[in-house]
Write a protein that binds this ligand. Structure first.
Ligand code: SF4
Ligand SMILES: [Zn+2]
Length: 367
């Protein structure tokens, strides 16, 4: 990453770095035993390429994202560094973390009637050798390759670490699986991505990464951030709908929409405490999906998913704070994701009414 590339963003960067360094200073050191277990792992329902299935997700604890630890402080909404070790850790721990999660869940996976997608998260870049070494990557791929029930694999990386050689090596082991590399694009708009999110990523570099993946028969999953800081609801709807349509044109395989939830010690948390940021309304997300998908057949060529963290809480995507209101929305969104049928949201639009809709309509251009 060129250090000169994003230095015009000084005020935002300085602010993000302040939050980052104070949170790092307050962090406690992990015990050796903690390093042998992942941050978290779970199995839950998910959408596979052509049908409903299950996800087996593992969050590995590594040194942390190089972008967050570097001179530019990382992304404005991100607090993942909280789960990282900051210092380099012995790679045996990473192997132990992965093995631990797999051992705990392997019986559930093999005895389940449905097929699985495995998602390896490390809140950074799977292809960054500083976080995960080549040998560890190989170990993880070989273990995954040996489980026939796992049909799909997702790993995530900043584009800086995606190389032809790494993709080739991965596919030589995972040749019988469908593999996606997930990239945090957040929006197709360079200005919003770099000025407001401080992503340090240009769209043209994303396009280069896509080409590299396509060349190696690797699928692409793009993360879109729904309602980045400094956008109101209406602008967020437009930004995300345009992004979905552009990515569909580019034949991206999967679009994963992440409605912003407030991470601890992030710049967005600071804005939130000052009442300068409100997480998105469900109404906006649904409007955006309807706008992007209604009048064309986007969903026949691209999988669109969204599994919002903190949904229904003050810090995550929510309407009013009434339980029924948010639960209705969460259910409709889940149905849409699992079936890939936009009617799940249209049906919801017709059947649901809560008093907060009026408030939302009055405010959506201002909050
Ligand atoms: S969002 Fe991703 S790239 Fe940005 S700082 Fe967090 S982990 Fe790093
Ligand atoms: Zn409501």
């Amino acid at each position: 990453m060129s250090t000169k590339k994003f230095n015009e963003n000084t005020i935002l960067v300085e602010k993000i770095k302040d939050f980052r360094s104070s949170s790092i200073k307050r962090k406690f050191k992990y015990e050796i035993m903690q390093l042998d277990k992942p941050v978290s792992f779970w199995i839950k329902e998910d959408r596979l390429l052509k049908k409903k299935g299950k996800e087996f997700a593992i969050i590995l604890r590594t040194k942390g994202c190089s972008w967050a630890l570097g001179d530019f402080g990382g992304c404005s909404m991100c607090g993942y560094i909280q789960d990282s070790t900051i210092e380099k850790i012995d790679q045996t721990h990473i192997i132990n973390q992965f093995n631990y999660a797999l051992k705990e869940k392997i019986n559930d996976i093999t005895s389940d009637e449905e097929d699985f997608i495995v998602k390896i998260y490390n809140s950074g870049s799977f292809f960054d050798d500083d976080e995960i070494s080549e040998d560890v990557r190989k170990h993880i791929f070989m273990k995954i390759a040996s489980v026939p029930k796992i049909k799909e694999v997702v790993i995530e990386s900043r584009v800086d670490y995606i190389t032809n050689e790494k993709l080739k090596k991965m596919m030589s082991i995972l040749k019988n699986k469908y593999v996606e590399v997930a990239i945090g694009l957040e929006t197709v708009n360079d200005y919003i991505r770099n000025k407001y999110i401080n992503k340090g990523l240009k769209f043209k570099d994303f396009l280069d990464a896509i080409n590299l993946c396509k060349k190696n028969d690797v699928g692409i999953r793009a993360y879109l951030l729904f309602k980045p800081p400094f956008l109101n609801e209406q602008t967020a709807i437009e930004d995300c709908a345009i992004s979905i349509q552009k990515l569909a044109e580019l034949k991206i395989n999967t679009i994963s929409i992440n409605p912003l939830n407030i991470h601890k010690n992030s710049l967005v948390e600071y804005l939130f405490y000052q009442n300068r940021y409100r997480p998105p309304w469900f109404y906006s997300l649904f409007k955006c999906l309807l706008k992007a998908c209604k009048n064309n057949d986007i969903l026949s060529s691209v999988r669109i998913i969204s599994s919002p963290s903190g949904a229904g809480t003050k810090r995550g995507i929510h309407n009013c704070l009434k339980r029924d209101c948010n639960e209705f929305m969460i259910k409709a969104l889940k149905e849409f994701v699992l079936t890939q049928n936009i009617n799940s949201l249209i049906k919801n639009d017709l059947n649901f009414s809560c008093d907060c809709l009026l408030k939302y309509q009055l405010q959506k251009n201002f909050i």
